[in-house]
Design a protein around this ligand. Sequence first.
Ligand code: AVW
Length: 227
Amino acid sequence: MRRRLYQKQNCHLFFRYDCEKIWSTFEQAYVGQDPCNVSMGAYDPLIAAAPFRPACNRMMFWSKTKEVVHDFTEKRDCFLTLEDTLLGSVLDGLTWCGKQGSSETFTAGCPGWTDCSNNPVRSFWNRASAAFADVACGDVTAMLNGSITTPFSPTSIFASIEVKRFNSTMMRSLNVVLVTQESTVTNCTNASLKDLQKELDEGIKYNCKEVIQECSSNPEKPCGACW
Ligand code: AVW
């Protein structure tokens, strides 16, 4: 039902995609599987069926800033997050899993994010993040949280998957926007950000700017006006 509704409402936006094929490749990743044993690789056919296109100079990564980053990108067209892509926008906020011996998709009673690491939802976001980072090109932006002590957390998807896949043959720079949400706890000299710089390929330039949330989500400001 949800699928039909989605197709009706959104397929025209993605006219180059074959929605029936994408849906069946999506299902194949988890239907009939133990919901704690779905690997990232299970989504390879899905990513191949709905590949991410590089959007050079517009790609926005984030960590611990989910609300503020989407508040910001929603109001302007200048940046593209994973959640603005076909797969990201459809699956954001959803829970799904299968069951061994069943051909159904369940949306309740599925393992939570940390219940087991190879759950269908987490593996999807890991795989999709990897694919999104694989096409990162030009000047890339990352919105990190300046109200926590470790804005570049080793266990985050951004640190453990995305940064590791940034490729200097395609990417010119990584521009960190450190957003202060409630109170300023860290600045660009933060130790975890030094780790981030070390992780980057030599050919990728690194910049960091501190901004306050009010500025980053202000719809009046044009692209880049805040930093
Ligand atoms: P995040 P990431 N329980 O803000 O760098 C439930 O840490 O990891 O940023 N849900 C969770 C949990 C948890 N313990 N941990 C993470 N999540 C989910 C894709 C939750 O939905 C984009 F391209 C949370 O809002 C970004 O550059 C989300 O994962 C990058 O990966 C993000 O956790 C953000 O991942």
